[in-house]
Design a protein around this ligand. Structure first.
Ligand SMILES: Cc1ncc(COP(=O)(O)O)c(C=O)c1O
Length: 493
């Protein structure tokens, strides 16, 4: 019977037609799975109670339960006792070969569209920053007046030479300045011709995925790690292989065990999200691994500007003598995320192909932001701003460390934080992680669960994946103090 003939549900399940001559539970399971995979039923959508769905569809509750059981078993839905049944987070284990809208709409569906549906990515939280949002720098301190002045000056009398179609790799002046910046700040010597300007680090990673991954390739990623990079690689057809991270960063011995893998993505200077730094010994082992396997390394240096003590270790790209490292940098963590400006430093042999891909995609990045950033760097504002941002992040880190309750039951002490603008603290069990986050949410404090940074099929026991990830730069010290007070009362400390 068509579902449209019964009272409406809060969730749209229209179009489900069950043939009484066939297995009803199987049909219902397939109809729901299809809707989950193609996004009509979005993650965390609450499904109707089995009793309600049964009466709506005119079938027995037992049939609905059987369909739900199958969806549970395959990880498409999840439920908490007394809290209902929800669509689960779709993840890398979801089969791209699962039924698609092609079967219901009759439209052909491309493999890449299916991959995209199977690896649905939740966008980062938007809106005004709150304590303790992850990935957001102290952009309240950005010198907008200076930026506005430089921007007005550029647009008042733009050089005609910069207004036609430009170089797909990006504005030459900006690339020269990026090369000089990396030489001075990271000891990374490169030619501006090796640089391709992108719309932030995410697009740089995505370009790597598009150009370096052949569907079915095994690609190593840190586990836990930056899931949006994993998604970009998976959407290009990669089979993700999670590699453990310990106190020295990515476990290179474990990487060496991943058979048939020739590409690895990692965050060596400040591992996301654990915060550890890849040791020098591991850096050298990683470069040897790449040489031995004719492999490539994507080095994501998303927050390399934030280091509070000691000198940073040389990036892999600075140690690389074989053209095996693709270095990803971004302005979004030092200016503000919405700027969408980043870059890749490529081995010389790959630079042309990446520029061509940019040309095919969008010709090149918009000139205004590139030209104004070039001016911002050339006039010394960028270096000044980096110093300001580093000092602000350090002071906000100190506010968090000073205010954090000494003994949160079930939670390890806060770690020493030498770099970056987030920290990661272990929690002893997954239920405790959820409890702490839910209580924080009730008082308006944002905490991320470390458990959400793991690949879904991780061998690590569930409780060992638990923790809290806190961004400490997003709001000023006074707001941090208020948030910590709110946590104390939410957690009854
Ligand atoms: C590890 C890591 N890499 C890359 C990015 C993306 O940065 P962008 O805003 O430059 O795309 C983020 C953003 O949070 C990140 O955490």
């Amino acid at each position: 019977m068509p579902i449209s003939s019964v009272p409406p549900l809060s969730v749209d399940l229209s179009g489900i037609l069950l043939d009484a001559q066939q297995g009803l539970a199987r049909q219902l399971y397939q109809a729901l799975r299809e809707r989950i995979l193609d996004g009509r039923l979005q993650r965390r959508t609450r499904l109707p109670a089995s009793r309600d769905l049964a009466s709506l569809l005119g079938i027995s509750r037992n049939t609905v339960t059987r369909a739900f059981d199958q969806l549970y078993a395959e990880g498409y839905i999840e439920g908490r006792i007394g809290a209902g049944t929800y669509v689960a987070e779709l993840n890398a284990t979801a089969r791209p070969s699962a039924p698609s809208t092609a079967q219901t709409s009759g439209k052909p569906q491309s493999a890449s569209l299916q991959l995209l549906q199977a690896h649905h990515l939740n966008p980062p939280l938007s809106g005004p920053p709150r304590a303790f949002r992850v990935g957001v720098p102290a952009f309240d301190l950005f010198p907008f007046e200076t930026w506005a002045r430089l921007s007005a000056r550029f647009w008042r009398k733009p050089s005609p030479a910069r207004l036609g179609y430009g170089d797909p790799a990006g504005d030459w002046q900006l690339r020269e300045l990026i090369a000089a910046y990396l030489r001075n700040s990271r000891g990374l010597h490169c030619d501006p011709a090796q640089i391709v300007v992108t719309s932030g680090a995410q697009q740089a990673i995505s370009l790597c995925a598009q150009l370096l991954v052949t569907p079915g390739d095994r690609v190593a990623v840190e586990n836990p790690g930056y899931r949006a990079a994993g998604h970009a690689l998976a959407v290009a057809g990669a089979q993700l292989c999670g590699v453990a991270v310990d106190a020295d960063g990515l476990d290179t011995a474990a990487l060496a065990q991943v058979e048939g893998c020739r590409l690895v993505y990692l965050t060596p200077s400040h591992q996301y999200p654990t915060g550890v730094t890849l040791s020098l010994a591991r850096r050298l082992e990683l470069l040897e691994w790449a040489e031995r396997n004719d492999g490539l390394i994507i080095e994501d240096d998303y927050d390399g500007e934030y280091r509070y003590s000691g000198t940073p270790l040389a990036p892999l790209a600075a140690l690389d003598r074989q053209g095996r490292v693709l270095y990803v940098g971004t302005f979004c963590k030092i200016a503000f995320p919405a700027l969408r400006l980043g870059y890749l430093v490529l081995p010389p042999a790959l630079a042309e192909a990446f520029a061509q891909r940019r040309a095919v995609d969008m010709r090149h990045s918009e000139i205004g932001t590139q030209a104004v950033m070039a001016e911002f760097i050339a006039a010394g504002h960028f270096q000044r701003h980096i110093r300001r941002m580093r000092a602000a992040a350090r002071s906000r880190r100190d506010a968090l460390l000073a205010g954090w309750p000494a003994d949160v039951p079930g939670c390890a002490p806060l770690p020493v934080v030498e770099a970056g603008f987030h920290l990661c603290v272990r929690v002893y069990s997954l239920p405790r992680e959820r409890q702490l986050i839910a209580a924080a949410e009730r008082v308006g404090v944002e905490l991320n669960g470390l458990s959400s940074y793991w690949l879904p099929d991780s061998a690590t026991p569930e409780d060992a994946r638990a923790g809290l990830v806190l961004g400490f730069a997003a709001v000023p010290e006074a707001q941090i103090a208020l948030a910590v007070d709110a946590l104390r009362s939410a957690w009854n400390l």
